[in-house]
Design a protein around this ligand. Sequence first.
Ligand SMILES: [Zn+2]
Length: 136
Amino acid sequence: MESFKNTLIRFMSGRYGIDQLYYAGLLVALGLMMVNLMVNSTILMILSNALILLMVLRGFSRKISRRRSENEQFLKLWNPVKKEGRIFLRRIKEVRVHRYRKCPHCRKMLKLPIKRGKHMVKCPACNESFAVRVLV
Ligand SMILES: [Zn+2]
């Protein structure tokens, strides 16, 4: 067992390994497989398997700087989506106690306590006031 571990370590030395793009690729492939269970398409099967193969080959690649820049490009696209998703989940979680509104002057997202009806709010970031209407 120890010799297998050492062999694996020797094999992976100087190779890129696993990153966020790897996990994203596998998740997309898994999603394609789930869809393929319903539509049973050969194209989807080939696509999902090719994606898995591509992600595994990326992990074994010795062109580390190129793989790293691919991952950075992916993260540049993914991180804003992730941030919006987190805000969306937090809004759902706090729906009973807070409302989120964007300041029309500085575009900053403000977390407001629920106060039904129309009232004025002063943005702590830019000190401008604006009207907020909370219906429910
Ligand atoms: Zn503001």
